[in-house]
Design a protein around this ligand. Structure first.
Ligand SMILES: Nc1ncnc2c1ncn2[C@@H]1O[C@H](COP(=O)(O)OP(=O)(O)OP(=O)(O)O)[C@@H](O)[C@H]1O
Ligand SMILES: [Mg+2]
Length: 422
């Protein structure tokens, strides 16, 4: 059977990998040594044309199904690993068939939960991981995705300003529906609770959980967190027509939780004395979208929340509450953010995690937004960091120099050509 490769962006370099060898026996010089969670299937990381791919050896029908599922989740803008392709038709030189491989892009700066502690897992770290997982689960459920195997092992975590952002890594058991029933959501939640309790007991038995923590008690947190977030996002509220401010208040509460309302159902009773509101479509990423719109900085939600707080205090301290937010944000970027980043001493810059520094900064005076204040990203994404395609100044994090450099066409060429390392 010939080797078959299905991929959205097929890369011929993939054909050079040793597909006729079982994944567990691939030579070490092909592999990237990055932290990996526990799993039934063999998973390895491989560097291919400047990117790192995660390869999972798995039956062909499962590989195709998981690939298609991840593509759907990706289209819905949900936080999950990015599917790259499926390789099937593998066989050894003497004709023995080998399982197929599912290829995903390695999620940069992410860590499996077991790599998030050096000696033992502190209860508050465990809680923060669970909080991040609860947000992920709510987002998946809002989109109609039933996971079926919710666990810390099937989640990757990125540090996010003292908290974590969670990404789905294993979609093998998942199903997509138009909407999920309460029973289906509760089923997933119960799976999550049992799996997390098991994972924590496992750490406890190995002496990796701090004594004070009770695995069962800590695992209950997923249920509380999930339920309260779900309610805050979906609950319908009724109030007197005179109390209209409560609509604004509901929107603000959702914003504080990090969500935007995309669609709000509002109705009055027959005699018009009470109003009922219910969020219909909510979108995560309120703070990161706002920061991106104002400054062009693209960071995770909690980091964005912190930077926005700083921007707000700058606005108050400079007494510019009545000026356009965009203008103040631009001044903050130039007079606070950039000098701060530049001021990080070179020897310390190396200690800052890379994800804490944007690779490119593009400074814009206005940003186009939709009617619901979402950023029109498509054109920005197309222009990327190409200085030939915009007059906006673009800066590049020249890590070697320890500062941001103005990006000009020659430097852009060097970056594209791989002459400048990112
Ligand atoms: N794209 C990726 N980026 C980073 N790490 C990844 C990626 N894909 C897989 N991994 C790592 O490999 C581990 C195993 O992957 P996965 O959970 O998909 O395997 P599995 O065998 O299906 O798991 P299970 O035993 O739950 O069925 C993950 O926990 C994660 O640490
Ligand atoms: Mg798994």
């Amino acid at each position: 059977m010939p080797l078959e490769l299905t991929a959205a962006r097929a890369d011929p370099a993939l054909l050079d990998l040793p597909w006729s060898v079982p994944l567990a026996d691939w030579p070490a010089d092909r592999l990237a040594a990055l932290p990996r969670g526990i799993s039934r299937h063999t998973v390895r990381f491989v560097r291919v044309s400047n990117r790192v791919l995660a390869i999972k050896e798995i039956k062909v029908d499962l590989a195709r199904r998981e690939y298609a599922m991840l593509r759907n989740l990706e289209r819905m803008d949900l936080p999950c690993v990015e599917p790259f392709g499926v390789v099937s038709g593998r066989q050894t030189p003497d004709g023995q068939p080998l399982d197929a491989c599912l290829l995903t892009r390695h999620l940069q700066y992410s860590l499996p939960y077991r790599a998030l502690y050096s000696q033992s897992l502190r209860p508050d770290t465990a809680q923060r991981l669970i909080d991040a997982l609860a947000v992920l689960l709510v987002r998946l459920h809002l989109a109609g995705f039933w996971w079926g195997d919710v666990s810390l092992s099937n989640t990757l975590f990125r540090r996010d300003a003292g908290a974590f952002a969670a990404y789905l890594v294993d979609a093998e058991t998942g199903e997509l529906r138009a909407t999920l029933s309460t029973g289906q959501r509760e089923h997933d939640l119960e799976i999550a609770r049992v799996n997390i309790a098991g994972e924590l007991m496992d750490l406890d038995a190995g002496g990796y959980l701090e004594d004070v923590a009770d695995p069962i008690e800590v695992s209950e947190r997923i249920v509380d967190r999930y339920r309260s977030l779900w309610l805050a996002l979906t609950e319908s509220e009724r109030f007197e027509t005179g109390d209209r401010w409560r609509v604004e208040e509901r929107i603000r509460r959702l914003n504080d939780l990090g969500f935007d309302i995309d669609e709000l159902a509002m109705s009055t009773d027959l005699d018009g004395t009470t109003i009922q509101i219910q969020p219909k479509v909510v979108d995560a990423g309120h703070h990161s979208r706002r920061l991106l719109r104002l400054t062009g900085l693209d960071v995770e939600e909690n980091q964005a929340r912190r930077l926005l707080n700083d921007l707000d205090s700058y606005r108050a301290a400079t007494d510019r509450q009545n000026e356009s937010e965009e203008l103040v944000a631009h001044d903050w970027l130039v007079s606070v953010y950039e000098p701060t980043i530049r001021a990080v001493p070179r020897e310390l810059a190396g200690k800052l995690p890379d994800y804490a520094r944007p690779v490119f900064l593009r400074i814009v005076s206005t940003l186009e937004v939709t009617g619901t204040f979402k950023l029109r990203k498509q054109e920005l994404a197309e222009q990327g960091y190409d200085p030939a395609r915009t007059d906006d100044p673009i800066y590049f994090d020249a890590a070697k120099e320890g500062r941001y450099e103005r990006l000009d066409p020659p430097l852009h060429q060097r970056i594209i050509g791989g002459g400048e390392r990112l």
